[in-house]
Ligand binder design. Structure first.
Ligand code: OOB
Length: 556
């Protein structure tokens, strides 16, 4: 196994193989098999250009060959920082076929996040586009790469000192390649039991953590998701959220669609004016959104028979208010499905034939009969049935450790291998999960997971900031927004030296993803402390709640 990854214990691995969950298939082989069964079906389109399965298969092999010629080697990590555009799939599968490990960065990531991810993964290369929707991704990536030093190579003195940035992903597969014909669908470098790629977590320790997934575990979750969602070769899946995200990638997402022989449609943006015409013109049957998009889509809902092809609308990534769920169920065509998942593994779905009550009020049941669920109190003791507690889980597609992070792993996993999800849940007698909140200092802003500590560290790097504490504040549309409490250095007044604007510019200079910027600031003289002298986020949240419920001062 690739160093830095924590393998599944042998006994559990044997159980998952015996149960037929882990079948020894690889990502490269998945695409080859679908291309053999459905060569002429459209595999992927952005609404303009189409690639059939045969074309996508050939494009992936061409990309694998070109990437190898560019110096990428099996087992090397390559950061993929691509928006939802056509090249995503040929490049992703090209890397799989080469036996290199894609590291799926989110399109919203900027210099700060990308440099961390490059450093942590040891990736010698990053693939992005020069520009997309007005953002200069190429510049961002080059700046990120310049911040990262690659270890000197013992024999190749001419090896680059920093990761290499590629900004023309389409050129990796668009013109025919003489070496391509005959390229095997499954490369000899792809090992189904070893790490095939890395996803990123929102992170609670200040840096995005790398989540190593094997083809065995991931493809099992995709196959099982296809069963739950009843995917067939007639399905058309609209990728609204970034393809890099676990929800879009695998629940059942683009991989489930490709496994079933269906068509993936890539949306350039999640807005109704982009997505609704695509749903109608491509006859989309399944799509997935985050809760904050639900009211936006509902408000824009045109008269029927528009969107009439939709049979399944999935909502997940953050808490869906029951009232919004009810409106979706009654006003959107097709069935509503709540999806509670995490890039670390566990995915829970409401089933297509669940009662209306369960679909509105629960986050469904775990995907696999072998998903082990524990709900425990602060001391790791299981709580009584029906009581809320911390959700711990392990199973056939949940990781056993973050990549190369022994310290984090010591606290994020129990001694017997359960992952501490950080979610507070209640288990109903019917086995359904109700997500009540989070225990960690993660802010869930419109489905984006933001580490309070990470934003605090960024704010603290401003010379005029003495202390910075960031908490989530309830918000009607986005679930939570980011509220920062700032203690200026003595002698520095909040204005003009330190304002929301100067801190915003500071975060921009650092290259921070926009979604991590605080929505609101409070400049204060001191912060409340806990009994042991730690800054009390809990107390700040209470202060904030009191502040928000107080009537606004009336003008005299
Ligand atoms: C998905 O994955 P991540 O890794 O971005 O975030 C995981 C966390 C969960 O631990 C939970 O706190 C929250 O996001 N979450 C939900 C939720 N779905 C995710 N909280 C309440 N209700 C839900 N339905 O977000 C993800 C991965 C695969 C499928 C779907 C979502």
């Amino acid at each position: 196994m690739i160093p830095g990854a924590t393998p599944y214990p042998a006994e559990r691995a044997a159980t998952y193989r015996a149960a037929g969950y882990w079948r020894g298939a690889t990502f490269g082989a998945l695409l080859r098999e679908s291309a053999t069964r459905w060569p002429g079906n459209t595999a992927v389109t952005d609404g303009h250009t189409r690639l059939s399965y045969a074309q996508l298969d050939a494009a992936a092999s061409t990309a694998a060959t070109r990437l190898a010629r560019l110096g990428i080697r099996p087992r090397e990590r390559v950061v993929l920082h691509l928006p939802n555009t056509l090249p995503y799939l040929p490049v992703l599968f090209g890397l799989f076929r080469l036996g290199a490990l894609p590291v799926c960065a989110l399109p919203g990531h900027r210099q700060h996040e990308l440099s961390h991810v490059l450093r942590r993964s040891g990736a010698p290369a990053l693939i992005t586009v020069e520009r997309h929707l007005g953002v200069r991704h190429g510049d961002i990536a080059r700046e990120a790469a310049a911040r990262v030093d690659l270890p000197a190579h013992p024999t190749h003195a001419e090896k680059p000192a920093h990761p290499t940035v590629f900004t023309d992903p389409a050129s990796l597969y668009t013109t025919p390649d003489p070496i391509t014909p005959g390229t095997p669908g499954r490369s000899r470098h792809e090992d189904p039991a070893d790490i095939a790629f890395l996803q990123l977590s929102g992170g609670s320790t200040g840096i995005p953590k790398l989540i190593p997934r094997t083809a065995d575990d991931y493809l099992y979750s995709v196959r099982a998701s296809n069963e739950v969602c009843r995917m067939t070769d007639r399905d058309v899946y609209l990728a609204v959220l970034p393809v890099a995200h676990n929800f879009t990638m695998s629940s059942p997402g683009i991989l489930g669609t490709l496994l079933a022989g269906g068509t993936v449609v890539l949306a350039a943006a999640p807005s109704p004016d982009v997505c609704f015409p695509l749903i109608d013109s491509e006859r989309v049957t399944v799509t997935a959104i985050v809760p904050p998009l639900a009211p936006v889509w509902l408000d824009a809902l045109p008269a029927r028979p528009a969107l009439s092809s939709l049979r399944l609308l999935q909502v997940g990534g953050a808490r869906l208010a029951p009232e919004v769920a009810r409106r979706l169920l009654h006003r959107m065509p097709g069935t509503l499905q709540q999806v509670f998942g995490m890039a670390e593994g566990l995915v829970s779905y409401t089933r297509l034939d669940d009662t209306e009550e369960a679909i509105i009020h629960t986050q469904g049941r775990p995907l696999s009969p072998h998903d082990e669920i524990r709900v425990v109190d602060d001391g790791d003791t299981p709580v009584a049935a029906g009581i809320s507690g911390h959700l711990l889980t392990r199973g056939p597609y949940t990781i056993n450790g973050y990549f190369d992070a022994p310290q984090t792993n010591a606290t994020s996993f129990t001694d017997d291998g359960f992952y501490r999800t950080g979610d507070i849940v209640r288990l109903r007698p019917d086995g359904a999960i109700e997500v009540r909140g989070r225990s960690g200092d993660i802010i869930n802003r419109a489905g984006e997971k933001i580490s309070a500590e990470e934003v605090e560290n960024l704010l603290l790097s401003h010379p005029a900031v003495h202390e910075a504490i960031v908490v989530g504040r309830p918000d009607a549309t986005r679930g939570e927004i980011i509220h920062a409490f700032i203690v200026p250095r003595s002698g520095v007044e909040a204005t003009p030296a330190l304002t929301a604007q100067t801190l915003g510019s500071h975060l921009t200079t650092l290259g921070t993803a926009r979604y991590k910027f605080p929505d609101d600031y409070a400049f204060v003289a001191t912060l409340p402390l806990t009994a042991v002298g730690k800054i009390s986020r809990a107390q700040l949240r209470t202060q904030l709640a009191a502040l928000l419920t107080e009537p606004a001062p009336q003008p005299q």
